[in-house]
Design a protein around this ligand. Structure first.
Ligand code: ADP
Ligand code: ASP
Ligand code: MG
Length: 433
């Protein structure tokens, strides 16, 4: 008998009909002889709607109250799902994150899991019942309800799978697995059968929201095999594990799968439109300036992604420093930098909310020259200007105008021969929000 953790995302439980459909799937897994633990997200776009509602009440609500509000979304779906399963003649019980033993630190809005103590889940399983757990939430050491950050139900699922020593963590979503690019943008994206934790970490960090970054980090640390698949089809999805993936070699002739398996280069193209760019204009190019600027930025709690410092103008000795950060961190960062404007002696701050980032990810890139040139050439041919560049061993990222982003993804995807010959990738549901 296997112990399976299944996670159903918001688009898989968006209305009563979907909840009944998912309940059937869960009942089947149970009747097939498995112990089943289910993690569920809020219905459809509920979390976004709750955020908008709070914004109407207050632009800066107390974070503790915000967390209590947002966890309500998952509590609605967990109880409805338990009712739907019960109606099918299978016993099921739903639990909040707190009841399920998800203990976190006290950082509201992006709490980190510090321990998983799933006594009640084990008890439920030992009685032969299905345990349903509200995703994306826990309880802090000071006994306050916390949330784990957007997409956090994936993290709940992986953490429970690790804590219960499950055989597999299945992430059910609205596409058939992890593709070489977002199927909402590239209809010819191909499904990847296997991908390593490292490659998925880079994809997720670069914006491929099909799997939350922290869930991948957690899976890698505890070696949890993750199977990303659709709740709308019976197809096998993508396996994320520690072993070698089957990334696509753009140099392999079509059909030469053997070669592609041995020599993986590219896993996919990811995009991210959740960041903005701040440029500190006219900074004196003297020792320690960058250190001071980024101390102030860190103090504002911002997560910096890319940084570019221009060559200083010889006549003035002034330079510009640009960096990207999540939209949500712009306000506090601008306020913090302006507060030290006279100390840092810069001229002004330029804020650009209209940027997009596209990244090419693949473990084999480091040993293959010419990848950057091919990527930049593809953007040139598509008439897309590059504003910033950053690289890691297995990733190249560039910043473009936000309204060029989709075209940039498609241009790079084609330039690396990633387009599938097996027809269009299916997007079953969801609004892509
Ligand atoms: P859920 O509600 O199930 O958590 P999400 O919306 O968080 O679903 O994630 C699934 C979505 O991720 C897909 O609908 C797709 O648009 C998007 N996505 C982005 N990049 C990829 C990729 N490389 N492969 C598959 N899906 C991707
Ligand atoms: N409902 C939360 C969100 O929309 C968590 C999740 O779905 O994973 O971010
Ligand atoms: Mg998700």
């Amino acid at each position: 008998m296997a112990l399976v953790v299944q996670k159903y995302g918001g688009s898989s439980v968006s209305d009563a009909r979907s909840i009944k459909r998912v309940a059937k799937r869960i009942a089947e897994a149970k009747r097939a002889g498995n112990d089943v633990v289910v993690v569920v997200s809020a219905m459809g776009d509920t979390t976004d709607e709750l955020l908008e509602l709070a914004e109407e009440i207050s632009p800066r609500p107390p974070q503790r109250e915000m967390d209590i509000l947002l966890t309500a979304g998952e509590r609605i779906s967990m109880s409805l799902l338990a009712m739907a399963i019960d109606k099918l003649g299978v016993k099921a019980k739903s639990f909040t994150g707190q009841q399920a033993g998800l203990l976190t630190d006290a950082v509201h809005g992006k709490a980190r899991i510090v321990d998983v103590v799933p006594h009640r889940i084990r008890q439920t399983l030992s009685k032969g019942q299905v345990a349903i757990v509200a995703g994306f939430q826990g309880v802090s050491t000071s006994n306050d309800v916390t949330t784990l950050g957007r997409g956090g139900s994936d993290t709940t699922a992986v953490a429970l799978a690790a804590g219960l020593d499950a055989d597999v963590c299945e992430i059910y979503t609205d596409v058939d697995g992890i593709f070489s690019a977002d199927p909402r943008i590239v209809t010819g994206a191909r499904k990847i059968d296997r991908v390593t934790y490292e490659e998925m970490l880079e994809l997720a960090a670069s914006g491929a929201k099909v799997l939350a970054l922290r869930a991948v980090e957690y899976a890698r640390r505890y070696d949890v095999p993750v199977h990303v698949r659709s709740s709308f089809s019976g197809k096998t999805g993508t396996l994320v594990t520690g072993t070698h993936g089957d990334a696509i070699d753009p140099n392999a002739s079509t059909g030469d799968q053997e070669e592609a398996m041995e020599d993986p280069i590219i896993s996919g193209v990811a995009h991210d439109s959740s960041e903005a760019k701040i440029t500190v204009v006219g900074v004196p190019d003297t020792l320690g300036q960058a250190a001071r600027i980024f101390e102030v930025v860190a103090g504002a709690g911002a997560n910096i992604d890319m940084i570019v410092q221009n060559v200083s103008v010889a006549a003035t000795g002034l330079t510009d420093i640009s960096f990207t950060l999540p939209h949500g961190d712009v306000r506090s960062t601008v306020a913090a930098l302006n507060a030290v404007k006279s100390e840092l002696k810069f001229d002004e701050l330029e804020i650009d909310e209209e940027i997009g980032k596209v990244s090419l990810v693949g473990a084999g890139m480091k040993s293959h020259p010419g990848i950057s040139a091919r990527l930049f050439g593809a953007l040139r041919d598509a008439g897309i200007n590059i504003e910033m560049i950053s690289t890691s061993e297995i990733r190249i990222s560039v910043v473009t105008r936000a309204d060029n982003l989709d075209d940039a993804v498609r241009a790079i995807h084609s330039a690396f021969g990633l387009d599938s010959s097996e027809g269009e990738a299916v997007v079953y549901a969801g609004t892509g929000r």
